[in-house]
Design a protein around this ligand. Structure first.
Ligand SMILES: C[S@@+](CC[C@H](N)C(=O)[O-])C[C@H]1O[C@@H](n2cnc3c(N)ncnc32)[C@H](O)[C@@H]1O
Length: 204
């Protein structure tokens, strides 16, 4: 069997997917302003997962400037496809709306301003895919809403599950028979932070 490459992190940094001017600008802005975004590897992963699941309705919890939402909405293929994204900071929500217009994705994306748990409480429409990227201490409280709002066999992706505050969420999903899940602890170039866990869970 062949040996693993030397310095795998430096090696894989050279294969980070290419992206356009707007996404590069949002990455630079995020670095400058310390806005935690998923970066191009998880962004592309979200695109691929949304596309292979043929997702028509996607829910995102935690919009920030709209970086990850641009990948998710870009994956929508169905003419009625829609992304709903929730952000509790009105100034960030407004910046995200502006970025969605610049990406010509605004007609596919609805930004709701408010707390994710409170907004989800009001929702009844089913989703194919949920991406969770809010305050980590809110993850366990959001999980029952994700279960209720996802269709059977819908996909939940939770970012940053390597954070201590995601512990209650990790334990809840691990002890539940309502999900089939996996945690991947990975090197994620340009993700905030670059070493972190991602949870992918199928709603049974
Ligand atoms: C990690 S950032 C989201 C990054 C974004 N998903 C991306 O990769 O481009 C988390 C965002 O969620 C917002 N947020 C945190 N807790 C929230 C909550 N309970 N409800 C709604 N928004 C929340 C924060 O204001 C912040 O903008």
């Amino acid at each position: 069997m062949s040996d693993l490459v030397d310095n795998p992190e430096e090696y894989f940094r050279q294969f980070v997917p290419l992206r356009g001017a707007l996404l590069s600008e949002l990455e630079e802005e995020a670095l400058r302003e310390d806005i935690p975004i998923v970066g191009p590897v998880v962004g592309e992963l979200l695109f691929i997962l949304a596309r292979v699941t043929c997702s028509e309705r996607i829910l995102e919890l935690g919009t920030a400037t709209g970086y990850s939402a641009i990948f998710l909405a870009g994956a929508l293929e169905h003419p009625g496809g829609r992304l709903v994204t929730i952000e509790n900071d009105p100034a960030l929500a407004s910046r995200a709306r502006n970025n969605f217009s610049r990406a010509a994705l605004d007609r596919l994306i609805e930004v709701r301003v408010g707390g994710a748990l409170e907004e989800m409480e009001k929702m009844t429409e089913p989703f194919d895919f949920i991406f969770m990227d809010i305050e980590k201490a809110d993850y366990d409280g959001a999980l029952p809403h994700c279960r209720r709002l996802l269709k059977k066999d819908g996909l939940l992706v939770a970012d940053n599950v390597g954070f201590k505050d995601a512990g209650p969420f990790n334990r809840l999903i691990a002890g539940s028979s309502e999900w089939k899940y996996v945690n991947l602890f990975s090197f994620l170039p340009l993700h905030s932070p670059e070493h972190d866990g991602l949870c992918m869970a199928l709603r049974l």
